[in-house]
Design a protein around this ligand. Structure first.
Ligand SMILES: C[S@@+](CC[C@H](N)C(=O)[O-])C[C@H]1O[C@@H](n2cnc3c(N)ncnc32)[C@H](O)[C@@H]1O
Length: 423
């Protein structure tokens, strides 16, 4: 009898255990981990929105020529770049429309990822094993094996990959790409920003090439960080000026015109190390707070979003930028707290008050008005509209401030450059 039960139990247990071992049964949370809410709804989205116009141009041109798109992802890691690019929508959609992907699967001709790490390549292959147009290979991008294949339309890098390389190596790589590509190809280069507030201790007025000892300590809970054996590795810190001089050198090496189309800063106050305060003890865990804003059914103490920017002597321009940016950020948070107190339980008023914010920068004015509208119109709705409507909206409003008040000078965790090859 017992044996039978054991058999049955075993038969029942095995399929579930197999499912657990795939990792798919891990309780998902957006509060921590590689794919936390900030990564998915802020960082991936900011990248998508900023590169969309350049990608759209190339997608439209390929469609007109009845050709399909070829993408090379350099330092592709576990293959996340594929999902990032394929998740770009064709345009901002109204509330009655469906979102359409910019690159539809038939339009993609070939996606090739190269990474030097075999474990990550294995992971990328597992993720995309059913898609025969997607190929991941293990190799050093400096071996330039990609130059033996047909040119690509998009040469893509993401999340700091190019910070592994020196300025000379990067210029040589971009020069190889420029020679390999055809006219109008685009190149997306992703570095760590040199003047992120997270690592204010490392800011240097010296214009020399600078690397930081980067620690992926944020994957550990705060109380385990000190005890964990965390190795560091060098990553290059880059600002607009440094990036532009690399491009200039790549132009010289290749003899090809490489046009700078855009620089953008990503994660000015929500980079991974804002929470560890390892490279600036004045940082408070703002990423944790924004993750909480974006988490369903969870209310956030909005006071934890307030930034107390501590200037660093000798960096007048940077202090001016961060002072202004943190003031706008805090003003939006404080207005939201006030609106909640004023209109949070109001089921009647839906009309917005008069425009009293005309001294604010335009993006802040719009963001404050949006929060007022949302709070006035959701007061009294059933369910937890504070956690599920108002707080996510505040995260998007803060994201809007980052996108529209930034300079693209290397003041965020990431600095992304978009370049066009002209032949
Ligand atoms: C910060 S990770 C980014 C990974 C990926 N792009 C993403 O968005 O998740 C940097 C990646 O660059 C890869 N890498 C570093 N040096 C490389 C090289 N010489 N050739 C190819 N890949 C390299 C690393 O193995 C790592 O996967």
């Amino acid at each position: 009898m017992n044996e039978k039960i054991e058999d049955i139990t075993d038969d029942t247990r095995k399929p579930y255990s197999a499912a657990v071992n795939t990792g798919q049964y891990i309780k998902k949370t957006g509060l921590t981990g590689k794919y936390d809410n900030v990564r998915r709804f802020w960082e991936d989205e900011v990248t998508r929105l900023c590169i969309r116009p350049f990608l759209k141009k190339i997608v439209d041109r390929k469609a007109q020529r009845l050709e399909r798109l070829r993408i090379l992802d350099v330092g592709c890691g576990g293959g996340d770049g594929y999902d990032l690019l394929m998740g770009i929508t064709a345009k901002d959609v109204g509330i009655y429309e469906y979102a359409v992907d910019l690159i539809n699967p038939e339009q993609l001709g070939f996606y090739r990822g190269i990474d030097i790490n075999p474990d990550l390549i294995e992971q990328a292959r597992e993720q995309h094993s059913l898609n025969s147009k997607v190929v991941f290979e293990c190799g050093d991008c400096f071996d330039s094996s990609f130059t033996n294949s047909k040119p690509f339309d998009v040469y893509f890098t993401s999340y700091g990959t190019i910070s592994h390389f020196t300025a000379d190596q990067t210029a040589a790589l971009i020069s190889d790409i420029a020679e390999h590509s055809e006219n109008d190809a685009i190149l997306i280069i992703d570095w760590l920003g040199r003047y992120s507030y997270e690592w204010q201790d490392l800011w240097s007025a010296d214009r020399k090439e600078q690397f930081m000892d980067y620690r992926i300590s944020y994957i550990y809970p705060p109380d385990e960080r000190d005890k964990a054996d965390i190795q560091s590795f060098p990553l290059r810190l880059t600002c607009r000026e440094g990036a532009t001089s690399i491009i200039k050198e790549a132009r010289r090496l290749s003899g090809v015109d490489i046009k700078v189309k855009k620089y953008f800063d990503r994660s000015i106050f929500v980079g991974r190390h804002i929470d560890t305060a390892e490279y600036n003890r004045n940082c408070t865990p703002l990423r944790e707070a924004v993750n909480s804003l974006l988490e369903p059914n969870l209310r956030t103490d909005l006071n934890t979003l307030i930034v107390d920017y501590v200037p660093r002597e000798g960096f007048r321009e940077l202090n001016r930028f961060f002072d202004k940016f943190s003031s706008s950020w805090n003003t939006l948070v404080n207005h939201t707290i006030d609106f909640l107190a004023k209109f949070g339980n109001d089921t009647k008023s839906t009309e917005c008050g008069s425009d009293i914010y005309h001294f604010y920068p335009e993006p802040l004015r719009q963001a404050v008005q949006t929060m007022e509208k949302v709070i006035r119109s959701t007061g009294g709705l059933p369910g937890d509209s504070r956690a599920n409507i108002i707080e996510p909206q505040l995260a998007y409003a803060l994201r809007k401030l980052e996108m529209e008040l930034q300079t693209g000078d290397g003041v965020g965790h990431g600095l992304v450059g978009v370049f066009e090859i002209k032949k």
